[in-house]
Design a protein around this ligand. Sequence first.
Ligand code: BV8
Length: 301
Amino acid sequence: VSAAARTPVVPQADLESFQAHLNQSTRILALVGAGLSAASGLPTFRGAGGLWRTHEATQLATPEAFGRDPALVWQFYSYRRHMALKAKPNLAHYALAELARKKEGFLTLSQNVDGLSPRAQHPAGQLKLLHGSLFDVKCSGFFCDHVERNNYIDPIVPALEIPTDESDPTTTEAVQARELDISDHKVPLPEIDLDHLPLCPKCMKGLLRPGVVWFGEMLPRDVMRDISDWIKAAEQIDLIMVIGTSAKVYPAAGYVDAARSKGARVAVINMDRNDEPASGLYKGDWFFEGDAAQIMPEILR
Ligand code: BV8
């Protein structure tokens, strides 16, 4: 192992006190967000180059947006599927999967839809996907319950082909360029005919949509129930690790306070000490500043 890889990324005292607590912990939660996958090359939402910097999330990640312009919303998600399929899990994903194998009382709550934790062989029984997955598609029709796993076709339909320069076809300037027809993309961005969007094979009426939870939508009922059963069953929660998330989206962020109310000590792993989320999260017991892909293997060793 190269010397650089061995250089500790966290202060020794913090590392020792954290690991002492971790070793005697049995009920452990992790709430993870986009920062966990940053080292895998996937843009976060808020950070520099983040998805929300180039889009209004509420313009694209809502049922209303899909109703208004399903082609644009599908282009946004097709681009993210494409990026996520090309990405590889990083050492943080593997470190969490490893901890789950060692500690059956450890549960990861993931806000990420990129499929990287499952691909890192994180034990499925100890991973809850709060916001669904880019690789599930479901019928957008109210009366149809069709859901299918689709993590092998990219693009999901030919009309959603990513521009050859692999740029995001839904950035504000790309959309404006298309509207103003002054596209500076090498490949003019296609106008997409709704007939060319994926159609539900079951009812043959509703469009298929990405199997993610949009703003204003409930989180999957079974996921919420499993998590609340897990929290209720715990006499006390020993530790919650809050990894690569600005913890601004609810009800996901609410699990930090739920863990605290059961006695959990809080370890925050984040690139940016100043990304102070509303929930005052950083009054945690440990704050490990830096890239999750470097820190997680170190502190969970
Ligand atoms: C619901 C899937 C109600 C789609 C997502 C006021 C109070 C409480 C709630 C609300 C409110 N106003 C509105 C609401 C509701 C809303 C909400 O919370 N809004 C926020 C904006 C205030 N919530 C909802 O709508 C939820 N549903 O409330 O339903 C309801 C009730 C009854 C009946 C019907 C409905 C549903 C929310 C789910 C939205 N879907 N994702 C998609 O992905 O496209 S949210 C999406 O954004 C992510 O999943 C994630 O949750 C969130 C982004 O957060 P992060 O993952 O934290 O990413 P971010 O970029 O913000 O931060 C990255 C962090 O990592 C940063 O801190 C950075 O410093 C750090 N970092 C960067 N690099 C690294 C790093 N750290 C370590 N290493 C690195 N290398």
